[in-house]
Design a binder for this molecule. Structure first.
Ligand SMILES: [Mg+2]
Length: 226
């Protein structure tokens, strides 16, 4: 495993930094918030728990939870209006600092594009730098499933996105930051991984992270060293 200083050095010279969204850039899990808003919070939380303990594929777990939530376009829009995603303290300053240094910032999420786009707008991240799942709706706005062709709908999807970014933009050093196992698993192809425990600490991720931080202020402080 890389050392903290090796990981910090890669963070300093990164061309691109990719952030997970749920429980990393925002304080909560988007799908749980959507379920709560649609009145099926308990059922979905229970399934999330089962999905995490069992051997259900990411796509299957997503599909099953969405088939309970069955949110309409109107419900999703209303949730974003009434309960916009809550940014984790320090993320705005960190993204600003990265942008000042001409580092490209991406959001890679197993959550939903409609919610993640709101997060991107709050952070000044271009919408073409958002990789997330797409909900589908019928003409009348009723839930019609999700686009299962997106790489983020699959287990291992975040790694696929990073590999694609390296090819498309020619990035040499890409750093992934997140709270979850799927974020950790995106390295490689990511050059380095930084574990984030500011919202929830997942022991497995903490144990396997060469650099684990509890706040974005720690990362900002690191960038301000030079
Ligand atoms: Mg997460």
């Amino acid at each position: 495993m890389a050392t903290v200083s090796e990981t910090a050095a890669l963070f300093h010279c990164a061309d691109a930094v990719c952030f997970d969204v749920d429980s990393t850039v925002i304080c909560e899990e988007g799908i749980d918030e959507l379920a709560k808003f649609c009145g099926v919070g308990d059922a979905v939380t229970e399934m999330t728990r089962k999905a995490m303990s069992g051997s259900v594929s990411f796509k299957m777990a997503l599909s099953e939870r969405l088939s309970i939530i069955k949110c309409s376009r109107e419900q999703v829009n209303k949730m974003i209006m009434d309960h916009p995603p809550q940014l984790t303290p320090g993320i705005k300053e960190l993204v600003e600092k990265l942008h000042q240094r001409s580092v490209k910032v991406f959001l890679i999420s197993g959550g939903f594009r409609c919610i993640v786009e709101n997060v991107a707008s709050q952070l000044g991240i271009p919408l073409q730098h958002v990789y997330a799942n797409r909900l589908k709706f019928y003409f009348n706005g009723e839930y019609a499933g999700f686009d299962d062709s997106q790489p983020t709908a699959e287990s291992g999807g975040k790694g696929k996105v990073i590999r694609m970014l390296k090819e498309r933009y020619g990035f040499e050093t890409v750093v992934m930051i997140g709270d979850g196992v799927t974020d950790l698993e995106a390295c490689p192809p990511a050059s380095a991984f930084i574990g984030f425990g500011g919202n929830v600490v997942r022991q497995q991720v903490k144990d396997k992270s060469s650099w684990y931080v509890m706040s974005f202020a720690e990362l900002l402080k690191e960038l301000e060293k030079k």
